[in-house]
Design a protein around this ligand. Structure first.
Ligand code: ITT
Length: 189
């Protein structure tokens, strides 16, 4: 089975392919012209917008991932705006560390909402995965992407960027959501 994965972020599709392994699904990028306007006010809404846009250009099963980092002491920021929080990824991390400099509570979670549309463009499944942890004071590690170097996963003494991709793909918000999607697809067949 082939599923269009509605993203422009190469790290996300790589992780999805790795998590899926030999699950029998080929994840491909959307056809030319994919340009979602992410103006929803929830992860669920933006995930649906991306899935619909992928369906519009590809006209087949489409799966979207809208994700972000929610920090409790910042009332859930950067959250939905994680990709747009500042200019470069280094600047986004620097801004987040600055905002947290006087905060005692550094707890946070990664969230990933996935939305699946069928071959007729109808939403057939939506699920949200979470991964809890905390924001460390200094970045550590070189693996992964985004905010991984400052996110320490609960139960680990390493940041997500210090985990191997196999380790991250066992416990990440994306892995939790994708495993639910794969179970749903199995239940359909
Ligand atoms: P698409 O919309 O094209 O899928 P994007 O990167 O803009 O790509 P989002 O709008 O969902 O995706 O923003 C998610 C942001 O949250 C992403 O750019 C990272 O900064 C952060 N993020 C999400 N998952 C992450 C992960 O596993 N590790 C580190 N940061 C992550």
């Amino acid at each position: 089975m082939k599923i269009v994965f509605a993203t422009a972020n190469p790290h996300k599709i790589q992780e999805v392919r790795d998590i899926c392994g030999d699950c029998g699904i080929e994840f491909v990028l959307p056809a030319k012209g994919f340009n979602p306007v992410e103006n929803g006010d929830t992860f669920e809404a933006n995930s649906l917008i991306k899935a619909k846009e992928a369906y519009r250009v590809s006209k087949t099963y489409s799966l979207a991932d809208d994700s972000g980092l929610c920090v409790n002491a910042l009332n859930g920021a950067p959250g939905l705006y994680s990709a747009r929080y500042a200019g470069t990824q280094d600047e986004k991390i620097a801004k987040l560390l600055y905002e947290l400099k006087d905060k005692h509570d550094r707890s946070a979670k990664f969230v990933c909402c996935m939305t699946l549309l069928d071959e007729n463009g109808k939403m057939i499944y939506q699920t949200t995965g979470e991964c809890k942890g905390s924001i460390v004071k200094n970045r550590k590690g070189i693996n992964g992407f985004g905010y991984d170097p400052i996110f320490m996963v609960d139960g680990f003494s390493k940041t997500m960027a210090e985990l191997s991709s196999d380790e991250k793909n066992q416990i990440s918000h994306r892995a939790v959501a994708l495993k639910n999607v794969l179970k749903f697809l199995q239940s359909m067949s």
